[in-house]
Design a binder for this molecule. Sequence first.
Ligand SMILES: Cc1cc2nc3c(=O)[nH]c(=O)nc-3n(C[C@H](O)[C@H](O)[C@H](O)COP(=O)(O)O)c2cc1C
Length: 331
Amino acid sequence: MLAAKCIDLPIFARMKNNRIVMAPLRGFTERPFREAFARCFSGVDAVVSPFIPLVPVDFVNPSRLADLLPMGEAIPLIPQVIGNDPGQIIQMAGVLQAFGYREINWNIGCPMKKITRKQRGSALLHDPKRIDSILEEVFQHIDIGFSVKTRLGFNEKDEFEELIPVFNRFPLRSLTIHTRTGAQMYEGSADPVFLIPYLPQLKVNEIIYNGDLFSIEAVEFVKKIMPGLSSWMIGRGLIANPFLGEGLKAGEMRWNRPRFLHFHDILFDAVGKASTTHTIHLNRMKGYWTLFSKVYTYGESLKDEILHARSAAVLMEKAHQIINNESVSCC
Ligand SMILES: Cc1cc2nc3c(=O)[nH]c(=O)nc-3n(C[C@H](O)[C@H](O)[C@H](O)COP(=O)(O)O)c2cc1C
């Protein structure tokens, strides 16, 4: 009876209690972005940090962890590591625990060649035995929550079948699944339909769905085909449209021009302070605009205008013109 009532509820009503996690995007979601975001928007329950590459050292130099030094994050932060040596994962888990973190996330989904050629990230996905032995050792030695972010496989989506028993063997806090393969990089589309038959086999505490969630409708679609899911990791969609998290929680999208302008200015200043040269500042802001432009009706041509800016001041002037005058297509 209760179940039948739930099915009758509009999907939005059922999404209010859902968990939204900001995806890690190296070069985008470091502290300046996280701080600006948290000052201006709501709706996001946790953030996973861009990955820290693990290296064989006796002592972890805190300068390598500048983005994670405990400075009080407004939205709970989960540090992410990438590597394939259990000893290095255990060592970093200890350091991050001492910083006060309660969970770390292991990245076995990164498709970048410079990562996979070292048998890290998604390259591990065609070796479930190795993932199993790494997790076995890690879980024997850590005293901090441990979660995993994966793709469906390295070369083929079918590789996921062999990974399920491995994931099921360990008390993972959560398993984030980006429904592409490593070989796909960011080409083609994420494939939520592929996951449907596997979902009942996964015994993990929390499954977090990831990939191409750019709108309320996209989340609604995945929710419709897999009603059991209630946790969503969103990356590019949340940068392009930072109102998306609160829109999902409220059940409707609203674009607030002054708030986006305010956010933009805080971000611009914070990125400027964190950049050692004007060129780095300019290029970082251009990076954000490759995503911000996506919500605008004439986004492609606006992006070109921004990318032509020769200085941060010119970019800022152009950005203000766009934010104040251009129409958005997302809401
Ligand atoms: C520029 C860029 C940097 C990324 N950096 C990371 C990273 O540090 N760690 C990670 O697990 N995934 C990283 N990702 C993958 C995203 O977290 C996410 O899985 C992917 O973008 C798909 O989600 P989306 O469609 O919501 O963006 C990165 C993606 C991009 C485009």
